[in-house]
Design a protein around this ligand. Structure first.
Ligand code: B12
Ligand code: SF4
Ligand code: SF4
Length: 413
């Protein structure tokens, strides 16, 4: 440990000491924000009012919105928020490979669940601050799930600016990091807020987003996302069917999406692989073959899935959600090799899985795929699945007719 950090760790309990303690615990950087109210709350409310949060009802609950607007509603006696950043950057051969027969899991989700990793470390940080303060410290730790505007606090604590991709970007670390927040009753001095916007005229993230989810900056400067179109939302948060018109744009992403971060020059220049072993990829989530992944998931029960992915972010999507995502990716690959496993998925007990398998078989379009759809049409009892089966058969037929039209045109010409 460098001498200066060591001496700060033995110094008085001020903001410098708090940051030093956070860094000693393995966080890359940290800062302090004070003031229980945020200037961003009106923007947050407007975003909810416009329905851009989709089905993420927990964001829109009245009590949760109110708690976001005033931190003293969450911690009586709130004085300061310690905000930490924990890097999960990964060199990622997956995204660059372009091999559509393999699944891409977003970087943040390939290892252990960050809620646990960051949460445990924030508790440890709280214990250390309490020992240094020599009195009980009122505190609450949040990572992602609480009614807290984490990026707003991070910007106020000096950790970075809001990029047009809505990510909090650090000028020397890029954006591949989690945020954690420790609300305390400690009277700490605030760090300098990060006021610059380093995006300038760049719009690489907006242009790269395959679903058009990034809407650019609002006239007040806030970046706006339509979460209902974001692949991260569609593959993790959405419980029902993925809207048909968005399925092709999802490609082979089966859990989360990093495209607007991959496009960002600040990540190209500054993201260096994380040193945290907990975030290293599980072997089965490192570019798994889509067919293999589908086979494994189909063989699991819902409980078996939760056992297999306990402690992994993937548990949030559940078996049905993951199989839905893998079916979409298999349909986007569209290779005949996907046919047999999709035919098996067409008999899955979950209608959600059958519906997406039907869509994917239509995209594969081989004689075997169409035969599996035709057979299912005779026995299917779920109306939604039946509609997907019929649409897939209709579209495959239309493609076929279009194909022969093209031939005729050529012959006629
Ligand atoms: C809901 C949510 C999502 C939703 C919506 C995303 C979104 N951009 O809002 C979905 C499911 C799509 C999602 C996806 C992802 N998420 Co998410 N998500 C959240 C969550 C739980 C809430 C975010 C929220 O409230 N959104 C609503 C908007 C309106 O609020 P906001 O994002 O804070 O944006 C502020 C700015 O717009 C701002 N603002 C900025 N400038 C200005 C200027 C002015 C003048 C004003 C008035 C306002 C303003 O006002 C808003 C309020 O502060 C946070 C954790 C948390 N509790 O904060 C994690 C969080 C934002 N997610 C995170 C991550 C890692 C991701 C993914 C990268 C995961 C992945 N690989 O798939 C993607 C990235 C997609 C993207 N481009 O955003 C990290 C981001 C870390 C970072 N460096 O920024 C967080 C902080 C979780 C964590 N603890 O680490 N996420
Ligand atoms: S995470 Fe993917 S889908 Fe979502 S905004 Fe970024 S590029 Fe678009
Ligand atoms: S890609 Fe460009 S516009 Fe988007 S967040 Fe990065 S710097 Fe900003």
């Amino acid at each position: 440990m460098p001498g200066s950090l060591n001496s700060r760790l033995n110094g008085p309990l001020d903001s410098e000491r708090v940051v030093a303690e956070a860094v000693a615990l393995g966080f890359e950087t940290a800062g302090v924000a004070t003031g229980s109210r945020s200037g961003h709350v009106a923007h947050f409310r407007e975003w909810i009012r416009a329905g851009l949060h989709g089905e993420m009802g927990y964001l829109a609950r009245r009590s949760a919105v109110e708690r976001r607007s005033d931190l003293t509603r969450t911690l009586d006696g709130f004085r300061s928020a310690v905000v930490v950043a924990h890097s999960y950057a990964d060199a990622d051969p997956a995204a660059g490979s372009g091999d559509r027969s393999r699944a891409v899991v977003a970087r943040y989700a390939r290892g252990r669940d960050y809620h646990h990793v960051v949460g445990e470390r924030l508790e440890e940080l709280g214990d250390r601050l309490e020992a240094a303060a020599g009195r009980p410290v009122q505190r609450r730790a949040y990572v992602d799930t609480g009614p807290v505007l984490e990026r707003d606090l991070a910007q106020r604590a000096g950790l970075g600016w809001f990029g047009k991709n809505t990510m909090l970007i650090h000028p020397r670390r890029g954006s591949y990091f989690f945020l954690g927040v420790l609300l305390t009753d400690l009277p700490l001095a605030p760090s300098s807020p990060f006021r610059e916007d380093h995006c300038g005229s760049c719009r690489r993230c907006i242009d790269a987003c395959p679903t058009g989810a990034l809407l650019g900056r609002h006239e007040d400067g806030a970046p706006v996302i339509d979460a209902r179109r974001c692949i991260s939302y569609l593959t993790i948060e959405l419980r029902g069917a993925v809207p048909r018109h968005l399925r092709p744009a999802i490609g082979n992403r089966v859990f989360g999406c990093d495209i607007c971060q991959e496009a960002c020059p600040w990540n190209e220049s500054f993201a260096t692989p994380a040193s945290e072993p907990a975030y290293m990829s599980r072997p089965d989530l490192d570019r798994p073959s889509l067919v293999e992944l589908a086979r494994r998931l189909l063989a699991m029960s819902g409980k078996g899935f939760q056992r297999e992915y306990a402690g992994s972010p993937l548990s949030r999507a559940g078996r049905k959600g993951m199989l839905r995502n893998v079916c979409v990716a298999l349909g986007n690959w569209g290779d005949q090799e996907a046919g047999p496993v999709l035919a098996a998925a067409l008999a899955d007990p979950a209608p959600l899985v059958r519906a997406h398998a039907a869509w994917a078989l239509g995209r594969v379009g081989s004689a075997e795929a169409l035969a599996a759809l035709a057979t299912r049409r005779e026995v299917e009892t779920d109306r939604t699945v039946l509609a997907e089966v019929e649409a897939a058969l209709r579209e495959a037929e239309a493609d076929d007719t279009q194909g022969s039209d093209v031939c005729l045109d050529i012959v006629d010409g």
